[in-house]
Design a protein around this ligand. Sequence first.
Ligand SMILES: [Zn+2]
Length: 416
Amino acid sequence: MTFNDRKQLKNYFVLGFVPFGGDFDDFIKPFIKEICQLEKGKVFEINGVRCLIIASLGQVTADLPQGNDLACIKRHGAIKGCRSCQATKEKLTSADLNILLIARYHHITDELYNRMETIITATDQRKFTTEYGLRNKKSILDLLKREKHLQTLQDVYHLIAGKIQRLLHITVNLLSNDGKKAFVTAWKSFEYPQQWQKLPNPVWHYESFIMSDCLHLSTVMPFIINRFLCSNYIKNNSLTTIQNRCNITRADFATKMIVTYWKVVVETMVLVFKKSYNTDDYILLQKCLKKEMEILSQVFEDFVNLPNLNASFHLLKNAKTYATLLNSAVGVKEIVHKIFKGIVPHTNRKNIELDLLKSYTTLFAIRHLIDGGIDPRLSRSSNAFTDLSGNFARIMSDWFIVKECLKDDNGETEGI
Ligand SMILES: [Zn+2]
């Protein structure tokens, strides 16, 4: 499927929802069982033709804590809590990290689990799991054929937007009150592209910034800062800290450096979201990620040993494995998640999973009809739009469970 097709909502198929407060393992069991069968291959009849279908797990996307759970690694607060490397938490952003040497590899993690199973006492097992940053038990996904470290990716949107949000927060906090006013003035008077939507005020409302707001603002931040920032607008103690950390004496150098840091972060961002890479791009990406990690952890205390910054460093491996980082990004999945979360307050909350599925299938049906009732993936076309008045009531009814009853397709009623 092409990159543009993959971004279409209609190409996303929701298989189910983990019930609120539910257990992931219980929920995913039926899916794992079916994929195990499909890994071996199964014959299906499609449009009258018998076909052998083989399927397996492609990639797992999750946020930082759950991603670690699924890769069988302890969470990022642990001594070794990175699912891609074995850097200790005191050395996550260290300049001398040799990633190839300390990277996690599937076969090595499996060997460690085999060794762990031979350890008899619980105390020794705990020591062993702490030493290697392993979880106490394997993930349910290990029942499938997979490479747990390569296929459980660090998500590029979360990493980059999270980093920029933090940098924005730090930058705003460096400014004195006059500095903040000057920032807002420069921000308001900047010549934005016409098609951009209005951004929330970055000084007073940065906490309401969503991922795309952060990415938008960051592209113009070096220009905005360059226009207004002078050493008088930075709080004295912050200015001294930067000068000490960077070993510089002149105050105006510190302001120039802040512009430079933003520039490096934005250059890295542009490269990270590139649609295709050649060999030189990979080398450039590696340089940019290294430079970014070094300068951010040098200047700002908040970035020292930040798990997010260490995870960004593994983007090069993801890019090389999946050709680009966009192939494994979860931007659309995140927006689907947001849409569903937004629906919840509008339901009567009796059976949220059923309401969400009903809403999803209804919208899917309407989208299909608006597309002309033709979808090459379906063997039959639909002409329901021609008789929409007859079908509309059926499509739009039964959205929520109400007190009286439920009617199923056979017309039988079921008490609630
Ligand atoms: Zn790491």
